[in-house]
Design a protein around this ligand. Sequence first.
Ligand code: T1G
Length: 655
Amino acid sequence: MASPVNYTVTGNIGVITVDNPPVNALSWAVRQGLLDAFETAAKDATEAVLLVCDGRTFIAGADISEFGTPPRAPHLPDLCDHMEAFDKLFVAAIHGTALGGGFEVALSANYRCAVATAKVGLPEVKLGLLPGAGGTQRTPRLAGVDAALQLITSGAPLGATAAKDVGLVDEIIDGDLLEGALAYVGRLLADSAPQRRTSTLEVPQHDAAIFDQVRAQLAKKARGQVAPQAIVDCIEKAAGSTYDEGVAYERRRFLELMDGDQSKALQHFFFAERAAAKIDDMPEDVQIRSVESVGVIGGGTMGGGIAMTFANAGIPVTLVEINDDALERGLSIVDRNYAGSVKRGKLSETQAAACRDLISGATDYAKLADVDLVVEAVFEDPNLKKEIFSKLDAVCKDGAILATNTSYQDVNEIAAATGRPEDVLGLHFFSPAHIMKLLEVVRGAETANDVLATCMKLARRIRKVPVVAGVCYGFIGNRMLQPYGEQAQLLLLEGATPEQVDSAMEDFGMAMGPMRVFDLAGLDVGYKAREALSDKEKGDPAGYRVPDLLVEAGRLGQKSGSGFYSYDENRRPTPDPEVHRLIEDTAAELGIERRDISDDEIVNRLVGALVDEGRKIIDEGIAQRASDIDVVYVYGYGFPAFRGGPMFYASQSAK
Ligand code: T1G
C-alpha cells in the first residue's frame, strides 16, 4: 500500500506532501509517512523542509475514526516534538483548514505560511477533548494566554490574517501556495532566519486572574462540560512551568478526557451529524436539480426567517403575502432581524444590506412562475395549505420543487392537492429559522429521489443540518416532544414543581427545561391543537389538564407575562405559588398522590419518554437511524451534544 506521504526535493528544499483524502487526517499511515520523510530529509543535502498537503485542505486533525482503537506509534505528541527538534529549517504551508492535530503539526514547525483563505484552529473541545500534541503549550507561547484561551476553549477557527495578527501564522501567500511557500523558504534561508522552536519560547506576560475569569464564564457558557475547564488548566500550566512539565500535564488531562463519557458522546455526534446527510436507499446517479431562486409563502416569523436563510446563502427570494399591509409587516420583520444580526456582530452592515437586497416582496403568485423552489410557511390550517399548493401547482414551472414548512401536518395530503406530488416534500425549519441549524426534510410517499437529494444538498448550502423524516404527526422532533411533555405534566402532578423539573433538565445539560420551553412557545398553541381533538384522542387528562387550566386563566406563557412562571419586563421567569396551588388542586381532583421526586427520576423519566417514542419512530421507518434522532434533538431541541443525543445516551446508560 503506497504511503499517503510523499517526499520530493526542489532545489535545496525537501518537500513533504501529505495526500490522504478527504481531509488529510493524521491516520497511522500519515504519521509513519511523516516520520519516514523527516528521516529521509535528515540524511540528504537539502537545507530546509516544507510541509504541504494535496487536496482540499491541510491536515484537519487526528483521524477520529481511529479513536477508541489501540494507539500505534509514532504517537502524535512524539512526532511533533521530533519534527520541532529537526536540525534544518522546517516550514508548514497551509490551505483549507489546519485543525486539531493538524495545526499542532504546523505549530511544531519553525514558521507557518498560509493562503489568505486558510483557517487554523484547535476544535478538540467540540469532541470533548483538548489539543493533545502540544497545542495547549505551544499556542500560548506564540499567541499569548488570552488568544490561546479564546482559540482553544471556543474551538472556533481563525482566518489566516487574524492568525497572523496574533503570531500563529508568519506569512500570507498570494497566488499558488507551493510556489509562494518555496519562495518564502528561500527568503528565510537567504536571511539566515533562526530555527525558532516554539516550545523554547517564554509565555508572554499576562494577567494571572484571567484563568479564573474564563473558568467562571465557561461554567455558565459550557455548563456541565469538562473539556473546557481542563483546557484552562493546561494553559495555566503552560504559563507557570517548563514545556516538558506542561506537555506531560496536557497528556494526562487529554487521556482522562479521551476515556470520558462526554468525549465518547461528542465523537458519536461528530459522525452522527455526517451520517444524517446520507440517504440509505438513494441511487448513486441521482440528478440534482438547480436551485438558484426561491419563493416563500407567508411573511410571518417563520416565513421571514426562511427568506433570510436563503438570502444569506446568496439565493434570491420572493416573499409572497396576501396583501400589501401583510407584506410590509413581513419585510419589517426581516429588517428587524438583520438589524439584530448586525448588532450581535453576526453580519456587517454591508453583508446585511447585500442579503436584504436579495429579498423582494410580492402579493401576486404569478411572480413565482420561474422560481426553482417554493417554501410555504403559513399558519397550521390544513385547508389553507392545500389551497395554496393547488395555486402553486397552477403557476409554478415544471420541475419546481414545492415544499411545506408545516410542523406536523400530513405532507401526503398536501401533495395530493397538486398534480405533481413527486415534486412535493416537507422542509421543516425551526424557529428562529435564520439561526437554528436543524432542518427536517420530510419525505412524502410520492416525493421523487431527485427532489429529496436536491433538498439534502441545498440544506448544506444554506448552512443547515438536514435530517430525513417520514410522514407522521409531528415527524421526528415534535412527535417525541408530545410524550416528553405529558411526562413533564405527570411529574408536576406527582409532586415536582415547574422550577424543579426545569433545573433538573438544565443541570443535565438541556438548553432549557420543558416548562420554560412551553411558556416560550405559548401554552395556547397546544390548547388550540387539543380543541380539535376528541377526549379519546387527547388521552389521559393528567397529560394536559394543568396547561388547559393555565390558558383558561389567561396564563398563555411569556407572551402574556405568565404561564408556568410569572415573567418580569425582561422576560425573566419567577416561580409562582398560584401555579403550585393549581397543580396541587388538579392532582387532588384527578386523585393523584403527591410525593418527593428526585432530580434523577425527573431526568430518567423525561429522557426515557423521548427514547421510547424514538424507538417506535425507528421501528416505523420514520427515521433512518437512531443517530438521526440524536441530531434532531441536539440541533432542534437543545439536547446536550455532550450526552450524544437521547438515543446514544440511552444506549450508554443501558451498558
Ligand atoms: N478524522 C476522520 N475523518 C474525518 C475527520 C477527522 N479528523 N474530519 C473529517 N472527516 C471525514 C468526515 O467524517 C467526512 O466523511 C469527510 O471527512 C468530510 O468531512 C491530538 C486528538 C475538516 C472542517 O475536529 O471539522 O486532532 O462522511 O463532511 O464540511 O489534538 O470535517 O464523507 O465519510 O465534515 O468540508 C480535530 C473535524 C480532531 C476537525 C471539513 N479535528 N473535521 O468539513 O466535510 S481531534 C477536528 C471537521 C485532534 C489532537 C486531537 C470538518 C472539516 P464522510 P465533512 P466539510
